[in-house]
Design a binder for this molecule. Structure first.
Ligand SMILES: *Cc1c(COP(=O)(O)O)cnc(C)c1O
Length: 351
């Protein structure tokens, strides 16, 4: 795979030589017994970065989100989120499976509903209705194209939820991308939220793992839920060692990913067959809508030129920048895209 410039996802990073060395040298213990010093260090550094009293290391962002939801919601409850939220769209029906909770999806073009939309769907306290228990926000919002929610917007949303007694969880898989794009701290962004996740295995570059942060009491309970979900790991310090490097070094690399995403977006916008919303390209994700031609033909054309991208809708491709893609990869991608002529595009759509 390494001969391809892989734009399919920022999960496609390989651990750096420094990460592999740190993994080999990691001090470990049984983390289910609370005895792994490297995991403990990662959880402490993560909690401090996220501005929360405590954090928990989990095998994936999906498990981190679902453990959080299970902590906030009971069976028969309802949670409110934007309709393309990862927790609802991409987690295997986990909300219904593990928490018996139903979803009230809201529509928001940029991924962040307005506070009045949230207030409008909160259920009255009446035995006919489920209990509105939780608001989930996603920052950055993946399906909206890596859009960022400012601290002001997140605070207004959280305030609307809280006014009606809902808890607030942030799916912060790419929270550091949002913080870097906005020039604020991650802690500032999630200060209005009860809990947040952070993926170490996306743009930050670790091979495995996510953090869930919140109050000491919430994280204590989440530790039991993680065990029940089968996510208790033993000598997990070998993974946490890479996670610590991702946490320390990863954020400083994200601004370069964002600049490359912008360059890619601007280049793609110059292709006759492509439409790219440049104003919506705020972080490391570029969404490109095909005006002509067959998306699969474009993906095949790119692959033949050593470039991988992914479908994100019937006529939409997603390109994601990350630390293993440099300026040359962006150039290679743009050159391949420019070689996908509209004539060729219309021929393939006619076939
Ligand atoms: C990737 C991602 C997750 C978690 O994914 P895992 O692959 O389970 O680590 C959660 N939320 C968003 C928005 C994501 O992009």
């Amino acid at each position: 795979m390494s001969s391809f410039a892989d734009f399919r996802s920022d999960t496609m990073t390989a651990p750096t030589p420094a990460m592999r060395a740190a993994m080999a040298a990691a001090e470990v213990g049984d983390d289910v017994w609370g005895e792994d010093p490297t995991v403990r260090a990662l959880e402490q550094e993560g909690a401090s970065l996220l501005g929360k009293p405590a954090a928990l290391f989990l095998p994936s962002g999906t498990m981190a989100n679902q453990v959080a939801i299970a902590g906030h919601c009971r069976s028969g409850d309802e949670l409110i989120c934007e309709e393309r939220s990862h927790v609802y769209y991409y987690e295997g029906g986990g909300i219904a499976r593990w928490s018996g909770t139903q979803v009230r999806p809201l529509v928001a073009a940029d991924g962040f509903p307005q506070p009045h939309q949230v207030e409008a769907v909160v259920r009255p306290c009446d035995p006919h209705f489920p209990r509105s228990a939780l608001l989930v926000v996603e920052n950055t919002h993946n399906m909206a194209g890596g859009r960022v929610g400012t601290p002001t917007r997140i605070a207004a949303l959280a305030q609307a939820a809280r006014r009606h007694g809902l808890a607030v969880h942030c799916d912060g898989a790419r929270l550091m991308n949002a913080a870097v794009a906005l020039g604020c701290t991650a802690a500032e962004l999630v200060a209005p939220c009860d809990t947040t996740t952070l993926c170490l295995s996306k743009g930050l570059g670790a091979p495995v793992g996510s953090l869930l942060a919140g109050s000491a009491e919430f994280v204590f309970a989440a530790r039991r839920t993680r065990k029940a979900f089968g996510g208790g790991m033993r000598q997990a310090g070998v993974l946490a060692a890479a996670g610590l490097l991702a946490l320390r070094e990863g954020p400083s690399l994200l601004a370069a990913d964002h600049a490359r995403a912008r360059r890619l977006a601007e280049g793609l916008a110059g292709c006759a067959w492509a439409h790219v919303d440049l104003a919506a390209t705020e972080t490391n994700i570029v969404m490109c809508d095909l005006q002509a031609g067959d998306p699969q033909a474009l993906l095949d054309h790119l692959r033949a030129h050593g470039v991988l991208a992914a479908k994100a809708g019937p006529r939409r491709l997603r390109f994601v920048l990350h630390r293993d893609l440099d300026d040359a990869a962006v150039l290679r991608c743009l050159q391949a895209c420019r070689g996908f002529a509209p004539a060729q595009a219309s021929r393939s759509s006619a076939s």
